[in-house]
Design a protein around this ligand. Structure first.
Ligand SMILES: [Zn+2]
Ligand SMILES: [Zn+2]
Length: 394
């Protein structure tokens, strides 16, 4: 019996769990009900369970055979501060909070895998099921790592999966290398001297400095980044002034920087600072510059990505696994795991969905039809990576 056939009977149960999670979303690091549900489910399956890791994180430990190898499979549990517009029965019961990124589905697919792995144990080694808090901007992965994830649960590689609206339901995309970008933030404040708008020579205009900065940073990607590398610098806010007849004394700007490589990231941080300093000097204004690193780029390692593609092909069929797709400039905190361990993060198609069914859209919903496909993929990946030694050979 194929893994998918073995997992399919779980569909009704998984869909019920997924809809329950969808109706009861919780924000980053507040996933108490979700973590309890996960822990209870694992315990009912007889799976060794550890709670409270990195806040609300939960680890399940499933062993097969006597092998010493170990891998980690990760699902995220948090929801978003978005008010759901769906009106179906399982819509969010919490105003201003919804599972608009499908983490309800990710959690459920890993629970499905837990059940099948615990029942089949057709692998040789240890599987750590990682249910992490706070993927949405708060870095729950980093919190789990700081709390000793890899020391307490030593694993040789770690794997993630995210649903992808717009991709055919149950198909896969596996990137060998960059899959998601880094996401950093910068804040720039120019402080000048306010003056009468009719007598600009008596002040120092921070607004003009801000305008010069917005223009000048466009040269970073176009002139300093290798054209073969991808990068984005976007200024997303510019606040200055209040009146028709007064030059303000401050201009505040902020924005985001995205890229796929550590070198480009370092260069852009340094370049932004240089541009801001140069603009401040040439306009005779003071500069406050802040740069905050967010999620690193998510860089899949090639051998692990190849194993993911193999497992995905076994479940979905060769024609439904894309291995040469373009990465996304979005960001993902799975990147933190990949700073410590080899591994890969794949996309599973959520289907086209109804209009506006994109991630972080108030009409988004995870597609229950892919629950068993995702759970089967996890099981197949475990079988691929922790294949039992063949017996009877001599
Ligand atoms: Zn998201
Ligand atoms: Zn997400």
């Amino acid at each position: 019996m194929s893994v998918l056939e073995a997992v399919r009977p779980l569909h009704g149960k998984l869909a019920a769990i997924r809809r329950d999670l969808h109706a009861h979303p919780e924000l980053a690091f507040k996933e108490h009900r979700t973590a309890e549900l996960v822990a209870r489910h694992l315990q009912q399956l007889g799976i060794e369970t550890h709670c409270g890791i990195g806040g609300t994180g939960v680890i399940g430990v499933v062993r097969g055979g006597r092998g010493l190898r170990a891998i980690g499979l990760r699902a995220d549990m948090d929801a978003l501060a978005i008010t759901e517009r769906n009106t179906f029965a399982h819509a969010s019961t919490v105003h201003g909070c919804m599972h608009a990124c499908g983490h309800d589905g990710h959690t459920t697919m890993l629970l499905g895998a837990a059940e099948a792995l615990a029942a089949r144990r057709d692998f040789d080694g240890t599987v750590y099921l990682i249910f992490q808090p706070a993927e949405e901007g708060e870095g729950g992965a980093a919190a789990m790592i700081a709390d000793g994830l890899f020391e307490r649960f030593p694993m040789e590689a770690v794997f993630g999966m995210h649903n992808w609206p717009g991709m055919e339901a149950g198909s896969f995309a596996v990137h060998s290398g960059p899959v998601m970008a880094s996401a950093d933030r910068f804040d720039v404040c120019f402080t000048g001297v306010g003056a009468h708008a009719a007598m600009p020579h008596l002040g120092a205009d921070p607004l003009l400095a801000g305008a010069a900065f917005v223009q000048a940073v466009q040269s970073l990607v176009s002139r300093r980044v290798d054209p073969i590398d991808a990068a984005v610098v976007s200024v997303t806010r510019f606040h200055a002034g209040e009146a028709y007849n007064a030059i303000p004394d401050r201009a505040e700007l902020c924005g985001t920087v995205r890229t796929f490589s550590a070198e480009v990231r370092d260069m852009l941080e340094q370049g932004l600072r240089q541009v801001a300093e140069g603009v401040a000097a040439s306009h005779g204004v003071q500069l406050d510059f802040g740069y905050r690193r967010g999620y690193p780029p998510t860089l899949n390692t090639a051998p692990e990505a190849a194993s993911c593609a193999e497992a995905a092909r076994a479940v979905a069929g060769a024609g439904r696994v894309a291995v040469d797709g373009r990465p996304s400039m979005g960001a993902e905190d799975f990147a933190y795991y990949l700073e410590h361990k080899p591994g890969a993060y794949v996309w599973i198609g959520n289907g086209p969905g109804a209009g506006g069914c994109t991630l972080h859209n108030p009409n988004y919903d995870f597609n229950d039809e892919i629950l068993s496909v995702g759970a089967a993929y996890w099981c197949e990946l475990v079988r691929t990576l922790l294949a039992p030694a063949e017996r009877g050979r001599g």
